[in-house]
Design a binder for this molecule. Structure first.
Ligand SMILES: [Zn+2]
Length: 254
């Protein structure tokens, strides 16, 4: 009898143990399937891409940040490729179109601040598009220019921890800037010029979401200009920025 009771109790425990393992297994499997199969657009991160400059410049000035008395031009003409002849606004839109396809392929929701050249758009308006979309990341895409033809390399720009406009965004904007620049430089091989923290960029100051501005390279450097104008290198640019966005969200989840 004692033996039977012990055996019965052992069997009961074994059955309970097996059922628990099965239930746990199912729930883990279930949640994994849920994550993969979730078709709802609600749960997808929203990326707002801002192709720098445009063919139709906004005239006039606007406050450099919310509540600021300091005024800056609503837009500038941007730079131009010394070898390719390409305008900065052409390159930035081309890259943003390709980046849109890649990010959508990776499951992100993407909103563009502009999808054509003949649209005048001030820096505040660009930021407001990101704010209205409640962007999880606002990526501003630019190329650099310099009087020195030897200047080359990439950098990202974010607001500072002492920003009078959006200090609470500093940790995330800095992390986004680090992720995007790190991936970009490792994939493209571009020289890493570091993250520039400044509160002088109107489009960054008005954004109330994690924001970075990437300067992809110098269009005034003959070699870097030709690289950025080539399709092969553009694929690397897109890969680098998209990997940086992935890294930003992967680390954010942890
Ligand atoms: Zn620019």
């Amino acid at each position: 009898m004692i033996f039977r009771r012990t055996t019965g109790s052992f069997l009961r425990r074994l059955i309970i143990f097996c059922l628990t393992v099965m239930l746990l297994g199912c729930s883990v499997l279930g949640s994994a399937v849920c994550v993969q199969a979730a078709p709802d657009s609600e749960s997808r991160a929203v990326i707002v891409l801002d192709p720098g400059h445009t063919a139709v410049m906004s005239g006039g000035t606007e406050p450099v940040g919310p509540g600021s008395k300091e005024m800056k031009a609503k837009d500038t003409s941007g730079t131009r490729g010394v070898s390719s002849g390409m305008r900065e606004y052409e390159l930035t839109l081309l890259i943003c179109f390709k980046l849109t396809n890649e990010l959508r392929r990776r499951g992100y929701k993407v909103v563009l601040t502009r999808d054509r050249h003949d649209l005048s758009l001030s820096c505040i308006e660009r930021a407001q598009i990101a704010n209205n979309a409640q962007a999880d990341a606002f990526i501003r895409v630019h190329a650099d220019g310099s009087e020195s033809r030897s200047a080359r390399g990439a950098m990202t720009i974010c607001t500072t921890s002492r920003s009078p406009y959006c200090p609470q965004l500093y940790p995330e904007s800095r992390r986004l800037s680090d992720c995007v620049l790190g991936s970009y430089c490792s994939v493209t091989g571009a020289k890493n010029r570091g993250v520039w923290e400044t509160d002088t960029m109107t489009g960054n100051n008005w954004a109330m979401v994690p924001t970075t501005l990437i300067e992809m390279g110098f269009m005034t450097n003959p070699e870097e200009d030709l690289l950025m104008a080539s399709e092969d290198y553009q694929e690397l640019i897109v890969q680098g920025i998209a990997d940086g966005i992935d890294a930003f969200f992967a680390a954010g989840v942890l």
